[in-house]
Design a binder for this molecule. Sequence first.
Ligand SMILES: C[S@@+](CC[C@H](N)C(=O)[O-])C[C@H]1O[C@@H](n2cnc3c(N)ncnc32)[C@H](O)[C@@H]1O
Length: 296
Amino acid sequence: MQPGDIIEILPVCLLDKNRALVSELRFLAKKLGLDFGWHYLLDLTWIISQLDKVENLSIMDVGAGVGMMQWYLAEHGAQVISVDRASRSDIPIRFRKRYCIKAKSKDQLLNSPLDTVIHNLQRLPGLFGKIKYLWRELLGVITFPEAPGQVVTYDREALRLDEIPSNSLDAVVAVSALEHNPPDKLQSVVIELMRTLKPGGKLLATLGAAPDQDWFHEPSKGWNYTEETLKRIFQLAPDTPSNYSQYDELFIQLKNCRELRYNLAKFYFASGDTGMPWGKWDPQYQIVGVCKVKRD
Ligand SMILES: C[S@@+](CC[C@H](N)C(=O)[O-])C[C@H]1O[C@@H](n2cnc3c(N)ncnc32)[C@H](O)[C@@H]1O
């Protein structure tokens, strides 16, 4: 066993154990106008609680999208490298007011504020959505002070991160992102992420968990992995601590979790193919956190 490495299906008691952090995440999400996926509070809480320190550290958020983790890290003074294969050229203006956001290279410059507003307005359905967006932007631009950290966006496939030197990062985090890679490809991604870490640095990732067989969840377009698959992909020792033996009882607790159930984001109620069809609470899988520490 390698000290620090773990595989942990995320128990819902994490929320009670980290109440101050959960409140901070909810407050920040509200302020930024960000919605959470149904399990993201668990993912974020687990990853953040595994980081010993954030301030002044170089931390890569892989598969960051425009999600919460990078903003939380910048809020706490980290230098964030935000990687995603999807473009973030239209990050809302209110985020750019609060955080020092830079795009890595000329081919992926952030669009101008005016282009961004026009693009985002065209994308939003209905007059109400457009007014809400404009109101959020206006409020953000008027009221947001600047956060201490910085976010540099790399619109890249994480399989090849040539511009990021080996042994250069203090931590790598991935919130519900790596499961969007098929099992046969994911190991190469993990090897590339480990390359960028300093010795002693942690890779902290949350993914979908499967009890006895890897399977693909169509609504979320994500894989769910068994303990065996995770050990192979992350090259973890056979005796790495894991709570997969408690899969069934942890799943019952998740299904009975009122806090997650009664706080589903609005978008779940607007469609039948989001994984919680028309807002009906029906978790099909659990979330597992993997921590792998880089050795010398
Ligand atoms: C479900 S979203 C989660 C986004 C974000 N982490 C959050 O908390 O909101 C998954 C993201 O991971 C990105 N992603 C998955 N695999 C990736 C890879 N190999 N390289 C770059 N981005 C990846 C996808 O493009 C997508 O934006």
